[in-house]
Design a protein. Structure first.
Length: 552
């Protein structure tokens, strides 16, 4: 893998073993089976159907953790995933969902309607009913979160299908669960209707990929990964769809349709993982071959041209990116030098972000409304403060209030997601050294890593006593437009290493690229016990703040 800045891979190919796609299949089928069991119990369906659906869910609930632990290497790694719950992390949500799903389906087998325990007490019957419903709710998440997990990654082919992957995996899981029940003897019209719905959804999804022919989707239609995904799509989509529609009353046709759907559901999971690896390989080929793969009209890749293009973009960006509000989910975690978790704090609130042209600076106001699930008391409303006072005064006032919620020894007030963009403003650009570090042909565009090092005052960050701290890092930009899509910012001072990373993504409503993920890492070695602080903020629901705020 080609390294980027800090010696880290530019993009990491998925390292999952065969156990992970197998888990995707088993967990998905089990989750939908739990839904069928719960709905059947509530609607008075055939008790044998409810019973068999529960056993399918239970089998998946037992097999799934075993597959995950096998991939992770040892049970403690799976248990470590349960030490913290992060709603913004698909992997954390999935681990906790599996942990809740397993006991739910097992309890429903014991004491649910028609369960193994005859004539349970009223309390146990209520527990059985509740467990069945809990199994259905967590089962829906179990069948879909794996698609979300792939979609939120940086791997191009997965990210390009982020909105369709959860639906695709849910339909595939439905087809598999229904087919397993049919092979168990439940070849009812209702089961056939569910099988038709699943096969139709998968047929439409595969047709959209084939017709779209997007460059980023090439791993889904060519090579070994394309063979797997196409085979999985055909087996789980058109084949069972035709058999179920034309020969719905023929038992042999239903059996063939069921076997095809199960095989397709399993194969398609392996196909998507293989497509992810092929997507990374395609980017590496483009990187090693150089910009010639990007297209006939190549942008000027000289450092001077790249800096000028990025500076122009930032100047225009500062005019567009004013008076915006976003919802913020912020997590701080502290670790010992050995990596042991010490403490974690979760916060939610709003981020107010604007650019002050008179000072040539960004102002970020983090208005924390809830800490570890508890509302902040005596909190003044940010919007009212901005209407009554100047932006700087409000920022200082809110920052002083928020400081009490920080965990870790290190004090910090420079953690703004757009901080690195100031290096390209007229006030500081002449005091910064730039160099082109990497060029990546990313399918239909060229991404460039533009390294920077501050060498003159005034620096972006200073100590409390005013001593300058010189930053270095990398700006990842689109060579053709100068658009900055990622920033990595690092400063060192007296035993403290600080790294800030911001990921940008397009916002359809604003027609603007906005910060979506902001990560902070602080390593404090000033005392005997070294401390590491990791922070991650995620910003969603951007909207403009239509008031006239004062800027002094």
């Amino acid at each position: 893998m080609v390294d980027g800045y800090y010696g880290q891979p530019l993009l990491k190919a998925p390292v999952w073993t065969w156990e992970v796609p197998a888990y995707f299949f088993a967990g998905g089928a089990a989750g939908i089976a739990a839904v069928i069991a719960a709905v059947g119990a509530l609607t008075g369906a055939d008790p044998s159907l409810v019973r068999d659906a529960r056993w399918i869910a239970a089998a998946g609930a037992i097999v799934s953790p075993a597959l995950l632990i096998s991939d992770l290497g040892r049970p403690s790694r799976f248990l470590n995933m349960l030490r913290v719950f992060k709603v913004q992390s698909a992997m954390s949500v999935g681990a906790w969902t599996l942990a809740l799903f397993t006991p739910s389906v097992l309890v429903s087998i014991l004491w649910g309607p028609g369960g193994l325990v005859p004539d349970p007490s009223l309390g146990l019957r209520i527990a059985g009913h509740a467990a069945g419903i809990a199994g259905a709710l967590t089962g829906v998440v179990l069948a879909t979160y794996t698609g979300v997990l792939l979609g939120v990654s940086a791997i191009p082919v997965w990210a390009a299908h982020a909105t369709t992957l959860p639906v695709h995996f849910a339909a595939s899981s439905l087809g598999a669960a229904v087919s397993i029940l049919e092979l168990a003897g439940h070849r009812t019209p209702a089961m056939n209707a569910l099988g038709i719905a699943a096969a139709l959804a998968l047929t439409i999804a595969s047709a959209r990929i084939e017709i779209g022919r997007k460059p980023v989707s090439k791993p889904l239609t060519s090579g070994r990964s394309g063979l797997l995904t196409r085979l999985g799509d055909v087996l789980s989509g058109p084949v069972p769809l035709v058999l179920r529609l034309v020969w719905a009353g023929a038992a042999p046709a239903r059996v063939v349709a069921a076997v095809a759907a199960i095989a397709g559901s399993l194969v398609t999971r392996f196909g998507w993982i293989a497509a992810g690896r092929a997507s990374i390989a395609a980017m590496l080929v483009a990187l090693l071959a150089g910009p010639a793969l990007v297209g006939a009209q190549k942008p000027d890749l000289s450092t001077k041209a790249l800096v000028a293009s990025a500076a122009k973009y930032v100047a225009e960006y500062q005019e567009q990116f004013k008076f915006l509000l976003a919802d913020e989910a912020y997590v701080q975690t502290t670790f010992t030098a050995g990596g042991e978790l010490k403490r974690q704090r979760q916060m939610t609130g709003e981020l107010f972000l604007t650019y002050l042209p008179g000072d040539g600076e960004w102002i970020a106001v983090h208005d924390i409304t809830e800490v570890d699930g508890v509302a902040v008391r005596n909190r003044e409303d940010l919007r009212l403060l901005l209407q009554k006072g100047d932006v700087r005064g409000v920022a200082a006032r809110i920052a002083a209030r928020n400081a009490q919620f920080n965990i870790g020894r290190l004090g910090r007030n420079f953690n703004e997601p757009t901080l690195a963009l100031l290096l390209l403003g007229p006030k500081r650009i002449k005091g910064v050294d730039f160099e082109r570090r990497r060029v990546v042909g990313a399918l239909d565009r060229t991404l460039v890593g533009l390294g920077f090092t501050e060498r003159e005052r005034p620096t972006l960050v200073r100590t409390a006593l005013g001593r300058p701290l010189y930053a270095k890092g990398t700006l990842t930009l689109d060579a053709a437009t100068g658009r900055i899509e990622r920033t990595e910012f690092e400063i060192k001072d007296a035993g403290v290493l600080s790294r800030l990373t911001t990921e940008y993504a397009p916002d359809e409503k604003l027609k603007l690229w906005v910060p979506t993920v902001f990560q902070e890492r602080y390593e404090d070695s000033r005392e005997r016990e070294r401390e590491v602080v990791l922070c991650e903020a995620r910003y969603t629901n951007y909207r403009r703040f239509d008031v006239t705020a004062k800027i002094k």
